[in-house]
Write a protein that binds this ligand. Structure first.
Ligand SMILES: Nc1ncnc2c1ncn2[C@@H]1O[C@H](COP(=O)(O)OP(=O)(O)OP(=O)(O)O)[C@@H](O)[C@H]1O
Ligand SMILES: [Mg+2]
Length: 438
């Protein structure tokens, strides 16, 4: 591919990455952004989210200074919050869980209190929101014994479709707390920008959930529409777009594709293009698309957090389900990889090259810089000539599993185009034959 095309890819990648990490708040700017990150196991999704949490900021409309944004990081059983600076991080644990919580490093040693960030308890969404540390990273563990409040029930019932019976005998997952939290934030917060980061987002917005969860996803889809205007940014990660409710995905502005995932058919990026990306390189797409890079972080220990009341059958069932999900993901990634390799052997252009060749135009140059050390892409200087280059026409995307078109019957007498070896041989034969005839 021409060097100009590659430069343009990285230029767009930088521009789109800046948009998700450095916000221009409403009422004058574009407001919050919504982003999903896809990639196979170990592709670097969590590392990217940690980098985003460490660096996301906004341009203060009054001072025009880049200011650190308030981050809400959903705490997970095995988590990366030791990557955050201790002094700028707070752990929030529900008041009913504080006596049952236990932290361990991966080698099962128990951290000393001095190794941990400050821990604060909360009792309700309002209490939690009021205790958030502005401009810092707030790691929140949802209440482990969450009972659906009337507020959540009425949220769903306002959709008109749900009856009260829908909530009876419902196995209430603690993750539903986040729906209540989103609702509270949208209704009660001012215009100060916040970023909510949710790894393994299929736990929040699973595909085809039953009962109340189905309605909650529908409700969330409409709530997410209001995030932008309220300067709320949302970053979600999962292994593939297939793992998140499609009704939510249509409301997401930015998509990042890392190593090992595929793109949906509506994407501007070739379906298989991300499969063989290197670790640390990703496609990013909104109204245009580009390529960008991020670095690995220096290793820190991960922390396992367990809550006494959860240790038991539920945890076992969850971990089996989660393992099954990972195995499914690994099998899917392997199938895609073998398919792409076979296509390469058969002479098809590499998926990554095909993706790059599908550059779609160029937009405004970047005028802002990323806060701190977030720049995740090469800084590429574009010349006028690069910008004026017409973008290459994308090949029409063939749906997955489309059989290769049958080759046309060969007319041995027809003059041939120059090209591959076989064509060249036939062209020479034709020339010899016609030379003998004359
Ligand atoms: N840009 C990078 N370059 C090289 N190595 C990286 C990069 N980003 C992450 N890694 C390494 O890859 C490994 C997996 O990273 P990470 O946990 O972020 O992946 P993940 O996609 O979240 O995986 P999972 O799906 O299992 O949650 C880690 O050891 C990390 O240090
Ligand atoms: Mg991860």
């Amino acid at each position: 591919m021409a060097r100009g095309g590659q430069k343009r890819c990285f230029f767009e990648g930088q521009r789109l990455t800046t948009e998700i990490s450095l916000h221009n708040p409403e009422p004058k700017g574009d407001g919050g952004t919504t982003t999903t990150i896809y990639g196979s196991k170990g592709s670097g999704k969590t590392t990217f989210l940690v980098t985003l949490a460490l660096n996301c900021g906004y341009i203060d409309p009054n001072t025009h200074q880049i200011t650190k944004e308030t981050v809400i990081w959903r705490g997970r059983e095995i988590d990366y919050w030791m990557y955050f600076p201790k002094k700028a991080t707070t752990l929030f644990i529900h008041k009913d869980d504080i006596d049952n919580v236990e932290f361990r490093f991966e080698d099962l040693t128990v951290p000393e209190d001095k190794d941990l960030p400050q821990i604060v308890t909360y009792s309700s969404c309002k209490d939690l929101y009021n205790k958030f540390k502005r401009g810092q990273i707030n790691v929140v563990y949802e209440p482990m014994t969450y009972t659906m409040t009337d507020a959540v029930k009425s949220m769903v019932q306002r959709r008109g479709a749900a009856k009260r019976e829908l909530f009876e005998n419902v196995d209430v997952s603690p993750v539903i707390f986040w729906f209540e939290m989103f609702d509270w934030i949208v209704r009660n917060k001012g215009l100060d920008p916040i970023t909510i980061i949710f790894d393994e987002a299929d736990e929040l917005f699973p595909v085809s959930p039953g009962g109340a969860r189905w309605h909650l996803n529908l409700w969330a889809k409409e709530r997410i529409k209001d995030f932008r205007k309220k300067n709320i940014s949302l970053a979600l990660a999962s292994h593939g777009y297939q793992d998140i409710d499609g009704r939510i995905l249509v409301k997401i502005q930015y998509k990042l594709y890392m190593k090992g995932c595929t793109t949906p058919t509506v994407s501007l990026i070739d379906r298989h293009a991300p499969i063989m990306l290197d670790k640390g390189v990703y496609y990013i797409e909104k109204d245009a698309w580009g390529l960008a890079k991020f670095s690995r972080l220096s290793e820190r220990p991960k922390i396992t957090t367990t809550f006494g009341s959860r240790i038991g059958e539920d945890t076992f069932v969850e971990s089996v389900e989660s393992r099954a999900g990972h195995v499914r993901e690994e099998v899917r990634a392997e199938i895609e990889r073998v398919r792409a390799e076979m296509a390469l052997k058969n002479g098809a252009p590499s998926p990554a090259q095909k993706g790059i060749d599908r550059v779609k135009g160029i937009r405004q140059p970047i005028t802002s810089t990323l806060p701190n050390n977030l720049p995740t892409t090469e800084v590429v200087e574009l010349t006028h000539a690069d910008l004026d280059m017409p973008p290459p026409k994308p090949p029409a995307p063939a749906p997955m599993g489309t059989p290769a078109p049958a080759s046309a019957p060969v007319d041995a007498d027809a003059p041939m185009r120059t090209g591959d070896v076989e064509t060249e041989r036939r062209r020479m034969e034709y020339l010899k034959r016609t030379a003998n005839q004359t």
